[in-house]
Design a protein around this ligand. Structure first.
Ligand SMILES: Cc1ncc(COP(=O)(O)O)c(C=O)c1O
Length: 379
């Protein structure tokens, strides 16, 4: 048996998504910018997909700009706010995904922004009083804070932060890559300036996502070229990906509460079983279901001789997991997120991440393999 519990890195493509994409790969080869029949067909597919996505998120179609995924969307939000909206300072945390963290570090190095890190607590929650104190400095500011942390699951109270930022005339971008397709969004009510999406985190294809730009923010090109995506992102569109993204979102939101209930019950079960089997175990980040992403569980195991090469051993035993984000799991350097919350870096940790397709049998198999590494028993 082989189980996949690394769904925060990426998810398997839903069969219905494959079904939706295949005929387009076969037959719809037109360039959406061409004015003839083939081009018009391709263009229609993009606009139908955009309408469907906008309807799910309760926003306008013109507010959705397709990108190659989460990284590009994060970069677009940040660069655009500097080049087009006059932002001079960015407030963020040390535990953002590298798509944000490395981008703002680069901008600081180039002398384009002032960079300030807001305080976070040991579970990765943002100190909102500190954020307010920073916002009072009254400079043209973009606040960039992720909705859910991909390594430690900590959730941000999105609406509260939007309101706080707007009270002090700051723009607010949230990396919602881990929550899009997993929670409902009403973007008209939320009023956020920018949020991001990557289809491959909710059973869509890789290489496609979007940036939502609130219509009140008038911005120009991020990628210069043709007039695609209202002139903001030049380049022939990824039609297959866009259709796959829209289908993946339909499926995700068909029964989002059901998916949440199912996945949260698996996560709770896994926590209970681990707590029973180990007396020296804890979880990184937040685990309270109200304040934590239900698809992610980051376990801090005891440091024993058996725990060396834990990820490798689990892989050999048929359990695919990671130590942190996929980008850093192969690197010798430890997780910047765990460092950021001042976790004990000497103890081994494993990030288990689930999807709506994960079964209790798979969790039981993974638990059995995990306890066997430590020569423990399940109850
Ligand atoms: C929180 C977060 N932001 C951004 C990204 C990057 O998304 P993509 O792989 O689509 O570029 C990821 C993916 O790992 C992520 O987890």
């Amino acid at each position: 048996m082989r189980v996949y519990l690394d769904n925060a890195a990426t998810t398997p493509v839903a069969p219905e998504v494959v079904e939706a994409m295949l005929p387009i790969l076969k037959d719809n080869f037109g360039n959406p910018s061409s004015t003839h029949f083939f081009g018009r067909n391709a263009k229609a597919l993009i606009e139908t997909s955009r309408r469907s996505i906008a309807a799910h998120l309760k926003c306008q179609t013109s507010e959705i700009i397709f990108t190659s995924g989460g990284t590009e969307a994060d970069n677009m939000a940040i660069y655009t706010s500097i080049h087009e909206l006059g932002v001079k300072r960015i407030i963020t945390t040390t535990i953002e995904h590298h798509a944000v963290g490395h981008t703002v570090e680069g901008l600081l190095k180039d002398g384009l922004i002032e960079l300030t890190y807001v305080k976070i607590d040991a579970k990765g929650h943002v100190d909102l009083a500190d954020l307010e104190r920073l916002l009072q400095e009254n400079k043209p500011t973009l606040v960039s804070l992720m909705h859910a942390n991909n390594e430690i699951a900590t959730l941000l109270p999105l609406k509260k932060v939007v309101n706080l930022c707007h009270q002090y005339n700051a723009y607010f971008h949230s990396d919602t890559v881990q929550t899009m397709g997993h929670y409902l969004f009403d973007l008209t009510d939320l009023g956020v300036d920018f949020i991001t999406c990557a289809a491959h985190k909710f059973h869509g294809p890789k290489g496609i996502g979007f940036l939502y730009i609130n219509k009140k923010n008038k911005v120009g090109a991020f990628i210069h070229g043709g007039a695609q995506e209202r002139g903001l992102r030049g380049g022939t569109e990824n039609i297959y990906g866009i259709v796959g993204l829209a289908k993946a979102m339909d499926l995700a939101y068909e029964d989002v509460e059901g998916h949440q209930k199912h996945v949260q019950s698996l996560k709770t079960y896994m926590m209970e079983q681990l707590n029973e089997a180990f007396d020296d175990i804890y979880f990184h980040g937040e685990t309270d279901p109200e304040r934590s992403l239900y698809t992610v569980l980051n376990v801090c195991f005891p440091k024993t001789a058996k725990a060396g090469m834990l990820l490798f051993t689990l892989d050999l035993k048929g359990v695919a997991v990671s130590g942190g984000s996929a980008c850093s799991s192969g690197a010798a350097k430890g997780s910047h997120v765990l460092e950021g919350i001042l976790a004990d870096m000497n103890r081994p940790n494993v990030r288990f991440s689930f999807s709506r397709y994960t079964t209790k049998e798979e969790i039981d198999f993974a638990l059995k393999q995990v306890v066997s590494v430590f020569e423990k028993n399940l109850v």
